[in-house]
Design a protein around this ligand. Sequence first.
Ligand code: F0G
Length: 462
Amino acid sequence: MELEGFITNTIIEPFRIRSVEPIRFTTMEERKIKLKEAGYNPFLLKARDVLIDLLTDSGTGAMSSAQWSGMIASDESYAGSESYYKFESAVQDITGFKHVIPTHQGRAAENILFTTIAKQGDVIPNNTHFDTTRAHVEHNGAEALDLVIEEGKQPQKIHPFKGNMDTEKLEQTIAERGAENIPAIMLTATNNSGGGQPVSMRNIRDVSKIARKHGIPFFLDACRFAENCWFIKTREAGYENKSPIEIARRMFKYADGCTMSAKKDGMSNIGGFLALNDDELAKKCRSLTILTEGFPTYGGMAGYDMEAVAIGLYEALDEGYLRYRIRSTAYLGEKLQFAGISIVQPTGGHAVYIDAKSMLPHIPSLEYPAWSLTNALYLIGGIRAVEIGSVMFGLQPDGTEKPAAMELVRLAIPRRVYTQSHVDYLAEAVIHTYRQRNQLRGYKIVSEPTVLRHFSAQLEPI
Ligand code: F0G
């Protein structure tokens, strides 16, 4: 008898679970009290009162048995530890960059890079700067310019690479501002602030060509580089038979350096790095690292953190893992869309972004519709999401308020943490909330700090 091979449509979690962390169930009555005590701000909730935590995919992933065993065997020497060399060689193997400067997380790499290269009057173009990147550019007196393609700003527009940079606008910026005032060009892959949307290899190559023609260093914000590689493999002609690591190596070859938060595609709970080719620049950056992070062979990480990252970077590039990762995010997106909920399309790599403006047209922007939806998701399902809208971006430096361009709720999926039934539960809770959308009311802010107000503001329902 000949048996037929089995090709399944179900993409299963490519791991089995050997260590579990209980999650705590609460009632809606309890959650009402907890949310009120937290000033109606999910950032101020205790994690123990959250059932499914989608606040961020950063540092919230599960580590593998290989990572844990690497951590036990780490070398904690202050200078020249074995764990550093393992970390350095993993980063060099994947990125090809000569100098590897460890940092405690992504924004520390940004701080070192921009303090070293940016000054008053400079401009740094990016597809879309992430908040911390923008803050570090501006902190050094330079301008953070977002040049994402038009499609990248329209939630419902379908485009395979909505994270691409508009290269015409880039050329125009260089002509207007002068290459000497542009210390670096950046691309964020995937583009977090634009919905976790990928950048194509072609766009990376085109931006690289322009940068090289004008002698401007080109850096990748590589936080989610592995997820970006998977989109290139599955959406860009010519890459379908390449492995994610081959795609990653080619992507980095076009750049002169990168900043990295290892809390994302480093599969670690903490860590990051700045990697680059220029000897002179590396020397300056290392001096600053000693001042703000630590000795250049640990830079704010323990030896065991560097072990976790050295192993995690390869795990993030595993084909079976990436197939599951990107599919499970898309699966949630599809369920919500099928129920009529409008989300940023197509679904990004690390998160589903719900378009709260179109779900709650009866709540004006300055009564914070995305905040209202975020709180409703907590009350109904014990789910913690994050508002990316007018509470986060509405406060202007002069103290006035301006509605944000979009009112989004980000459901960020931690890596290897939740199973398909968690995702099914999530979809059910979001859809249940959607069906009662007319009951949702706006919020007003009762107290707020002057910067980054979303982290600690206190609100009240209207
Ligand atoms: N760049 C991007 C694109 C990011 O998404 C983040 C962090 C950083 C830089 C900074 O890295 O947190 O290690 O200092 N994003 C997290 C998030 C916080 O929730 O999206 P970090």
